[in-house]
Design a protein around this ligand. Structure first.
Ligand SMILES: Nc1ncnc2c1ncn2[C@@H]1O[C@H](COP(=O)(O)OP(=O)(O)OP(=O)(O)O)[C@@H](O)[C@H]1O
Ligand SMILES: [Mg+2]
Length: 230
């Protein structure tokens, strides 16, 4: 009898094209992207500035619509969803950490983490948010507003917010780009330890080859074309 290992597909992009037409330009950004990600994978996406990495992530998370192609995530076709459906899909399934932290300036650290949990209808949102902030080592700063936090601390709030609801997939776009190397290293260790602990699938955009080496699969974006390094 044969032994077979089943890899379950968690995200699939098929023939994705993205372009922007302005008054004076018509730029082709993504030129036929195909990518299949399995549950538990950690994916690194490398490539030159402007090559289309963030654009691809925006399409995988439904923040941007493709001109052509299909994206399926967790068995749902996200390229067929409207804005409301996408918002629900994101809340229930994924966490996103961006280079700039996107915290709400008028809310303290704890409320920044609570809000998306409450929107997702999760019970004990306050408790779960406090626990996530503890995970990132910020228990002593929960009542601080973003302006009262250092860059590294703000990024840790953003990490706490992204992981609090235990997403199936965690997307991180250069999460350490704005941080000094020591703080950046701590954030990375945090992301990978949480990934292991929660068995989350990770999609990480980075310019750092050492960081990419920590991932299970490595991809290069080159002028709108994506290639896996095998
Ligand atoms: N709304 C837009 N209109 C026109 N061009 C755009 C728009 N958004 C992005 N672009 C262009 O698409 C290209 C890819 O951008 P993207 O942000 O995906 O690059 P990236 O690989 O993430 O780069 P970086 O490493 O600098 O973050 C860039 O050349 C950018 O100028
Ligand atoms: Mg980018």
């Amino acid at each position: 009898m044969g032994f077979s290992m089943t890899l379950s597909t968690i995200i699939k992009m098929q023939d994705i094209y993205l372009s922007f037409k302005g008054k004076d330009f018509d730029v082709k950004i993504l030129k036929g992207i195909n990518l299949e990600i399995h549950a538990g994978d950690s994916i690194a996406v490398l490539g030159a500035s402007g090559s289309g990495k963030s654009s691809m992530m925006a399409i995988m998370t439904g923040l941007e619509s493709a001109v052509k192609g299909k994206v399926t995530a967790m068995g749902q076709e996200i390229t067929a969803m409207n804005e409301d459906q996408l918002a629900v899909f994101r809340r229930e399934n994924i966490g996103i950490i961006l280079q700039s932290f996107h915290l709400i300036p008028t809310m303290n650290a704890l409320d920044n983490v609570i809000i998306p949990l409450e929107l997702a209808g999760i019970k004990n949102a306050a408790e779960i948010a406090a626990e996530a902030l503890k995970e990132v080592g910020l228990s002593h700063r929960i009542t601080h507003y973003p302006a009262e936090l250092s860059g590294g601390e703000q990024q840790r709030v953003a990490v706490a917010r992204a992981i609090a609801a235990k997403p199936k997939v965690l997307f991180a776009d250069e999460p350490t780009g704005n941080l000094d190397s020591k703080t950046g290293k701590a954030i990375i260790e945090l992301i990978f330890s949480l990934q292991k602990k929660l068995n989350t699938t990770l999609v990480l955009i980075t310019h750092d080859p050492a960081l990419a080496d920590k991932c299970s699969r490595k991809f290069f974006m080159n002028d709108g074309h994506l290639k896996e390094e095998l």
